[in-house]
Design a protein around this ligand. Structure first.
Ligand code: AMP
Length: 572
């Protein structure tokens, strides 16, 4: 069973799709400006009571695509004890919490009750709520089955069932549990199945449990190469909590002439604008909640160089043409590949190369691969500049400004200050102290640059494993198949020192080159090599203190990336 791509969304609005006014209001309050493609395609059939097979990954807006129709249909408070009107099955406890929170957020005004059920929760609280009856249950299959067997959850009155991330549920070995749960629900229920992929096992579940489903697939047609702008595309995988700090660092490194930073919602646009201004940037918001006059003023300021950063939603920035735009930043991965293409098309105009930067949360990685498939272009996943990189960058800038000032030579009136000190201090020390003052002034308010941002390895592309099981036993699997921040499993038991190596990213240096050279030339076990940071023009490597001199001596006679390099203990 193949789902053809669903056509690109029309100019549908949440109102025009026929949602209850209270839901439309909730979405507007959350700052959603228009339905995402999966929502525009899935809402009409689901609101019309049809079954649905949706092929969409996390980040496309699929939660609202099923949560809104579910909330639209449910009559709050009509459940008898131990029953529910709607059941959403999800693979993990994290997703159970997220989906349950989303349903609560969207349905707050309707007074719909929602309960997440997952392993590891205190059962007493679950039992109390179930005893009263709850409008929507969001559960992992293992925990749902537990309650069915105990009789604490009954499915006779269920009118809608959603299987979310069905391929993940099968990968985690929940196939039998799903069958058991579905067989306990009424025949005439409405069913929606969402999956990122459509392997035969999912098709077969859909065949058996969905009744003449409408198929919705987010378009994956290739974008013609000629349509793609000339843009350097880079992505950074960072946990949500570090996104603003990462953005600040990237703006410092990239120094854009002018940039648009895209967010998904009005609320995010407003919050990020406040944060950026608080950190010393000149940023203005642009979204659909502003009057036309306000929007015109902001656009005029950006064009006339009064603003460097525009924080915008897709809707508000549509059709915007600003020739001086050097960068587009996706603060969130856009909900659909088409939106990505539109966004980055704002830069790289008039034959100039533009830069597109995308911040990706670890769980959104699949969305990025999808964009690459659609555009046929690679998005390089880079590492966020480290504290050491930032320090080096700032010193470089400082050196450049001093050089400029020395060449301009307009500092005669200040010679007296230096002369006054020269009888007591060495001129070199006086100059260094002056630079320190400058640097301290520059450093003020740069606290975010002093915190290391964790390096998150992108998760491996998950292959579909027919009949395979992923992770532990049903109901007990907590996390998703992602690798967390790279950390050393245990602290070293030896003293560590840091080496400075005079070649970095510009010379093509990679961590593997350093490990290879240190292990190969100095005979140090690679497991003893600690954190490695690659800056633009230098690298830093942690090694055992007792091996440091031997490594320095060995590397002096060796070549790295084909060149002799300077190696010394780091003095910073
Ligand atoms: P999901 O794919 O359901 O995990 O949603 C991904 C993100 O998109 C969530 O942060 C949602 O809040 C957000 N989102 C969903 N629908 C919309 C929309 N129509 N406009 C803006 N953001 C949305």
């Amino acid at each position: 069973m193949k789902a053809p791509p669903t056509p690109a969304p029309s100019d549908a609005t949440f109102e025009s799709l026929g949602l209850k006014p209270a839901l439309v209001e909730a979405l507007s309050a959350l700052g959603y400006e228009e339905p995402t493609p999966i929502q525009a395609a899935a809402l009409p059939p689901l609101l019309g009571g049809k079954d649905l097979l949706g092929i969409a990954a996390t980040g496309t807006g699929k939660t609202a695509a099923f949560a809104l129709p579910l909330l639209h249909h449910v009559t709050p408070g009509e459940c008898k004890p131990h029953t529910t009107s709607a059941l959403v099955l999800v693979p993990t406890r994290e997703l159970a919490m997220q989906v349950s929170e989303a349903i609560h957020r969207y349905g707050q005004k309707l007074g719909v009750s929602v309960l997440p059920l997952y392993g590891g929760q205190v059962i007493g609280q679950q039992l109390r709520v179930l005893k009263r009856g709850v409008d929507v249950v969001v559960a992992t299959p293992g925990r749902a089955l537990d309650h069915l067997r105990r009789g604490t959850l009954q499915l006779d009155d269920v009118r809608m069932v959603v299987l979310d991330e069905a391929d993940e549920m099968l990968d985690m070995g929940f196939a039998d549990d799903l069958e058991a749960i579905l067989s306990g629900t009424p025949e005439d229920r409405q069913t929606a199945l969402f999956s990122a992929t459509l392997p035969p096992r999912i098709a077969s579940i859909a065949e058996r449990h969905l009744h003449e489903p409408v198929r919705v697939k987010i378009a994956r047609e290739k974008v013609e190469q000629g349509e793609m702008p000339r843009v350097r595309q880079t992505a950074y995988v960072v946990p949500r909590a570090f996104k603003i700090a990462t953005l600040g660092r990237l703006l410092d490194v990239e120094s854009p002439t002018a940039a648009i930073i895209f967010c998904r919602t009005r609320t995010e646009v407003d919050d990020l604008t406040v944060s950026l201004n608080g950190r010393g940037w000149r940023a203005h918001a642009l979204h659909g909640g502003m009057t036309q006059e306000q929007r015109d003023r902001v656009i005029k300021q950006l064009k006339s160089q009064g603003t460097d950063l525009l924080v915008a939603t897709d809707v508000a920035a549509r059709g915007l043409d600003i020739p001086r735009l050097s960068h587009v930043v996706n603060f969130d991965v856009p909900n659909a590949p088409e939106a990505y293409v539109h966004r980055i098309g704002r830069t790289g105009r008039a034959g100039r190369e533009g830069v597109a930067i995308t911040l990706v949360e670890p769980r959104e990685h699949r969305l990025l691969r999808n964009i690459e498939r659609v555009t046929g272009q690679r998005i390089e996943v880079a590492t966020v500049p480290t504290v050491a990189d930032m320090r080096e960058k700032r010193q470089e800038m400082l050196r450049a400004s001093l050089h400029e000032t020395l060449v301009a030579g307009e500092f005669d009136s200040l010679r007296g200050v230096v002369e006054g000190l020269a009888s007591e201090f060495d001129p070199m020390d006086i100059a260094a102290a002056a630079v320190k003052l400058l640097q301290d002034a520059e450093d003020e308010g740069r606290d975010s640059e002093e915190t290391e941002i964790p390096v998150v390895a992108p998760p491996q592309e998950r292959k579909d494993r027919p009949g395979g099981k992923f992770g532990g036993p049903p109901g007990r699997t907590g996390g998703r198949p992602e690798r967390g921040p790279k950390t050393r499993s245990a602290p070293p038991t030896w003293d560590v020192t840091r080496l400075w190596i005079g070649a970095g990213r510009h010379a093509g240096m990679r961590p593997a080159d350093l490990v290879g050279a240190i292990a190969g030339e100095a005979g140090v076990e690679s497991s003893k090599i600690g954190a490695i940071q690659i800056g633009d023009t230098f690298s830093l490597v942690e090694v055992p203190e007792s091996d440091a001199n031997r490594i320095i001596a060995a590397l002096k006679n060796a070549t790295l990336r084909g060149k002799k390099v300077l190696v010394r203990k780091d003095r910073s």
